[in-house]
Design a protein around this ligand. Structure first.
Ligand SMILES: C[S@@+](CC[C@H](N)C(=O)[O-])C[C@H]1O[C@@H](n2cnc3c(N)ncnc32)[C@H](O)[C@@H]1O
Length: 386
C-alpha cells in the first residue's frame, strides 16, 4: 500500500454540530458530490490534492480527513497488525512528529486512550523497522496528525490533512471577551442568509469575528489563505506544486469590486481596537466601518440587509438583570431603526431572548463550545410590531 496523492479516497470533512447543512452547501458548490452526512460532517470522494483546496476555501469546516486505509478490526491486536501493514515510512519522515486522534465506538474498548496508543506504537514501530529511526509522538497537532475512527469491528484510518482545526484562521490576535469561534461565526452568517450581496451590520461586535468573517465571504477571500501551517505539509508527499496552484486559484476568486457596507460597532473602545487590529491581520480592515457607540446608535445603511448581534448571555446575578434590559432594547432597536432588514440575535439564553419581544421567523440551533445556542431571526418590515 502506498500513498498516491491523486487517488480518490473517501474523505471526511468535519464541522461543529448543527453546521452540516452549511458545510454541505459549501462542499457542493466546489463541485463535490456528498456521499453521506451526519451531525458533524460530510463524506465525499476526494484526492489528497483536492484536500488542499478544501482546506483553503471552506468557511465552515473544522478538519479535512483523507482516508488512508480501512480494515476489519475486532480487537486492539488486529488494530496493531493492520495499522503496521500500512507503508507509513512513505508518508511520515522518521525525524518528524506525529499526533494520533481517535473516535472509538466499540463497547469492548472502555479506555479511549488505549487504541490511540496502540495505533501510535504500530506507526512508529513500522517506521523504525523500515528506516532505523522512529518519529516523536504526542498531543501537539502542529505537524502530522493521523485519525482513527473505530466503530464495532470496522476501523478507518485518515490523514488529518488540516492539523490544528480550521477555526484557527490566525487573524484573531486579540480575542476580547467571549469571542465566537471563526468557523461558527461563518456558519451563523450563512444560516442568517448572508451572501455578501447586501449590507451587514454587526452591533456589539466584540473582537469583530462576525464582521471579519462577513468580509471574507463578501470579498470571495479564501479563509485558509490566512494560515501558513497544515498537517499535509509535513508528510513525505511532495505537494509544493499543487499547493502553489491551489493558492493561486484561491487568490483568483477574490472579487474585484468592493462589497456592500459592513459595519461593526461596540460601546467598548478596547473591543473596537481589537476588532480593527484583527481585521487588519485578516486583510479586510478596509472593508469594515468600525464605530464606537451604543448598539442602538449604530448607523444603518439603506436596506435590505442583515443586522446581527451576539450579546452576552451571562449567568451571574445582576449581570442577568442588566442583560434583560439590553435584550429588551435590542427589540426596540430592531423596530425603530432596522425596518427593511432581517434582524438576527445569536444567544445561549432562552429566557433573555424572550425579552426581545418580537416574533421570530426562524430559530436555528447551534453549539457554542458546550452551550446550546440559537440564531433567532426576525423579519423587520416597516411598522413591525411585537
Ligand atoms: C459576547 S460579546 C460579542 C463577541 C463577538 N461576537 C466576537 O466574536 O468577538 C458582546 C459585546 O457586546 C458589547 N456590548 C455590551 N453592551 C453593549 C451596548 N449597550 N452597546 C454596544 N456594545 C455593547 C460588549 O462590549 C461586548 O464586546
Amino acid at each position: 500500500m502506498s500513498t498516491d496523492p491523486n487517488k480518490k479516497s473517501l474523505t471526511r470533512v468535519t464541522c461543529a454540530q448543527h453546521v452540516t447543512a452549511y458545510l454541505r452547501a459549501e462542499v457542493e458548490a466546489l463541485g463535490f458530490e456528498i456521499q453521506d452526512e451526519d451531525i458533524a460532517g460530510v463524506h465525499i470522494g476526494a484526492t489528497l490534492v483536492d484536500c488542499l483546496k478544501l482546506n483553503l476555501t471552506l468557511h465552515t469546516a473544522q478538519h479535512v480527513l483523507w482516508q488512508l486505509t480501512k480494515f476489519r478490526c475486532p480487537t486492539p491486536k488486529a488494530l496493531y497488525t493492520q495499522v503496521a501493514a500500512y507503508a507509513w515510512e512513505e508518508l511520515i519522515p522518521n525525524d518528524s512528529y506525529v499526533s494520533i486522534t481517535s473516535n472509538v465506538d466499540n463497547p469492548k474498548i472502555t479506555n479511549s486512550l488505549y487504541p490511540t496508543r496502540v495505533m501510535k506504537d504500530a506507526i512508529v514501530d513500522r517506521i523504525a523497522e523500515k528506516t532505523g529511526a522512529r518519529p516523536d509522538s504526542g498531543p501537539d497537532k502542529a505537524k502530522i496528525v493521523v485519525h482513527l475512527y473505530w466503530k464495532g469491528d470496522r476501523a478507518w484510518v485518515y490523514l488529518n490533512t488540516t492539523g490544528q482545526w480550521l477555526a484557527d484562521r490566525g487573524y484573531r490576535k486579540l480575542p476580547h471577551h467571549a469571542p465566537m469561534r471563526e468557523t461558527l461565526a461563518a456558519a451563523v452568517l450563512l444560516a442568517a442568509g448572508y451572501d455578501g450581496t447586501t449590507p451587514l451590520v454587526n452591533p456589539m461586535c466584540g473582537a469583530g469575528t462576525l464582521a471579519i468573517e462577513a468580509a471574507l465571504i463578501a470579498s470571495g477571500r479564501a479563509p485558509g489563505l490566512l494560515r501558513s501551517n497544515y498537517s499535509f505539509m509535513h508528510t513525505l508527499i511532495d505537494l509544493d506544486e499543487p499547493w502553489a496552484a491551489a493558492r493561486r486559484d484561491a487568490h483568483s476568486s477574490n472579487k474585484k469590486d468592493a462589497p456592500p457596507p459592513i459595519i461593526a460597532t461596540d460601546h467598548d473602545p478596547t473591543a473596537i481596537d481589537a476588532a480593527r487590529r484583527n481585521a487588519r491581520v485578516a486583510g479586510v480592515e478596509q472593508l469594515i466601518e468600525f464605530v464606537e457607540c451604543d448598539f442602538a446608535d449604530t448607523p444603518i445603511p439603506d436596506g435590505p440587509g442583515h443586522v446581527i448581534l451576539n450579546p452576552a448571555y451571562g449567568e451571574r446575578m445582576g449581570e442577568k438583570e442588566q442583560l434583560a434590559v439590553d435584550y429588551e432594547r435590542i427589540g426596540d432597536f430592531f423596530k425603530q431603526s432596522c425596518a427593511g432588514y432581517r434582524g438576527h440575535v445569536f444567544t445561549g439564553s432562552r429566557e433573555l431572548s424572550k425579552k426581545i419581544g418580537l416574533k421570530t421567523s426562524r430559530r436555528q440551533p447551534f453549539m457554542n463550545a458546550q452551550i446550546e445556542c440559537r440564531l433567532l431571526s426576525y423579519e423587520l418590515y416597516t411598522g413591525t410590531t411585537s
